[in-house]
Design a protein around this ligand. Structure first.
Ligand SMILES: NC(=O)c1ccc[n+]([C@@H]2O[C@H](COP(=O)([O-])OP(=O)(O)OC[C@H]3O[C@@H](n4cnc5c(N)ncnc54)[C@H](O)[C@@H]3O)[C@@H](O)[C@H]2O)c1
Length: 418
């Protein structure tokens, strides 16, 4: 079994008392932001930050382990923000910069825990990309470290800031689909033979001279330099939980939001590498059944056909709410073979598509983070929410790896396999 499942490398203790107090941002000062990771996501988060929160925050520092992405991040700030940010090779040096109020962590999954704990210690507010951490224990450790601290921490599960899901939740609360005991969720993708899933392009200039391999590895097992692992980290257990923590967590999280659930009770999952047979660890095909109190969620993901795209179907006994591609909300009342009660029959079918769904959600999620830093709004995705979503992903990864049902005990906050 890979390191992902055997690793128990606990990071140093973090007593709340030892933490630096976060800087209170005055309402008319811009919040100074540092980016840790300016790869695909970090760059995109910067764009979304400037699109909506330019008056509220400024990117003052960027840190990245590949000089090409560092330079791209700096350029993004210069063109969209009009300033040249400070650059850092080591995120700890960025955290030591007292002019930085908040950090965005957009590094690979296996680095989140260490970076987040260090950011809390340094008194920074944090927007941390999902999944919260690389395994359940890391996430629990973050929750414990954050107890009683004043730092604002938003987890990057932006679907919660998407009006389409907010509407879906309101419809469920209004009783439009009756009781909901079953949900289907799926994410299907495809690509041509010469563009295998998650085999992102490796920059032509990348080498040991401009890629900081040791800092990328961080707490992961030591290995010789590998461009594939650095730029395609999602394919390897040492750095990623694969489909479960990269994709599924978005959809379990939003199911929790729409239906008012918190964590699953158990999971049975099966995953295989069927479409992209290269040296990857993580499956390209996965089916997952998650049991919740009073509800079951059936999830599937496959990287060899994208006909059905991305969606969640909340199947109530009086109707169905279907959200497709995070943008379209379809509502279908149950027909009961032509014998629907009048109150159900009166609910007409509807379909609504919102413009630029995910980009706007990310902008709103970031804006909410800054408003929470200023004490003006309640945080939409605090740590517990991020950990709940991550738990569903981690038990799916464990179940498929062990070939066994995995249970989550919410009282002891531990997993068990029987
Ligand atoms: N919320 C969403 O919809 C969403 C979408 C995409 C990615 N993500 C998340 O964002 C995170 C980053 O994913 P990505 O697609 O941008 O990956 P990426 O590989 O494109 O970017 C990661 C960046 O981190 C840098 N890096 C690696 N080690 C570092 C270190 N020690 N210090 C500083 N920088 C370091 C890399 O050089 C790279 O630029 C992941 O957690 C991923 O799950 C979230």
């Amino acid at each position: 079994m890979t390191q992902y499942f055997s690793r128990r490398r606990f990071l140093e203790g973090t007593a709340a008392a030892a933490l630096a107090a976060p800087v209170a941002a005055a309402a008319n000062d811009k919040i100074n932001v540092g980016f840790i990771g300016s790869g695909g996501r970090g760059y995109y988060l910067m764009e979304r930050l400037y699109a909506r929160s330019k008056e509220v925050a400024a990117v003052a520092a960027v840190c990245d382990a590949y000089t090409g992405n560092l330079a791209r991040g700096v350029k993004r700030v210069e063109t969209m923000g009009g300033n040249t940010p400070k650059t850092y090779a080591d995120y700890r040096d960025l955290l030591a910069d007292r002019s930085i109020d908040a950090v965005f962590i957009a590094s690979p999954e296996h680095l989140h825990c260490e970076m987040l704990l260090d950011a809390l210690k340094a008194g920074k507010h944090v927007y941390c990309e999902k999944p919260l951490a690389h395994d359940i224990e890391e996430g629990e450790r973050i929750l414990r470290a954050a107890e009683g601290v004043k730092n604002v921490v938003q987890v990057g599960t932006q679907n919660r800031s998407n009006p389409v899901y907010i509407k879906a939740r309101q419809m469920v609360e209004a009783g439009m689909i009756g009781e909901v005991h079953f949900v289907r969720a799926f994410w299907y993708r495809n690509s041509l033979d010469d563009a295998p899933a998650w085999r992102y392009a490796i920059p032509a200039d990348a080498s040991e001279h401009n890629v900081d391999w040791a800092r990328f590895l961080g707490p992961a097992p030591k290995r010789p330099f590998s461009k594939e692992r650095f730029f395609q980290w999602r394919l390897y257990w040492d750095y990623s939980g694969g489909i479960s923590t990269d994709l599924l967590v978005h959809q379990t999280d939003i199911t929790h939001f729409v239906l008012g659930k918190t964590v699953p009770l158990a999971c049975m999952a099966s995953g295989s590498i069927l479409r992209w047979k290269d040296d990857r660890d993580c499956p390209d095909t996965m089916s997952v059944v998650l049991d919740y109190p009073g509800m079951q969620l059936s999830y599937s993901c496959y990287f060899g056909n994208d006909h059905y795209g991305y969606g969640e179907q909340f199947m109530g006994n009086e109707g169905t709410i279907e959200v497709l591609n995070r943008q379209t909300l379809n509502f279908y009342p149950e027909k009961f073979g032509g014998k629907a009660p009048a109150r159900v029959a009166a609910r007409g079918e509807s379909s609504e598509t919102l413009p630029a769904g995910d980009a706007r959600s990310v902008e709103a999620h970031i804006a909410n983070f800054f408003a929470a830093v200023r004490g003006q709004e309640k945080l939409i995705a605090p740590l517990e929410i991020g950990q709940n979503a991550a738990i569903s992903g981690h038990i799916a990864t464990l179940s498929q790896a062990k070939g066994q049902k995995v249970y989550w005990d919410a009282n002891t906050r531990k997993i068990r396999t029987a």
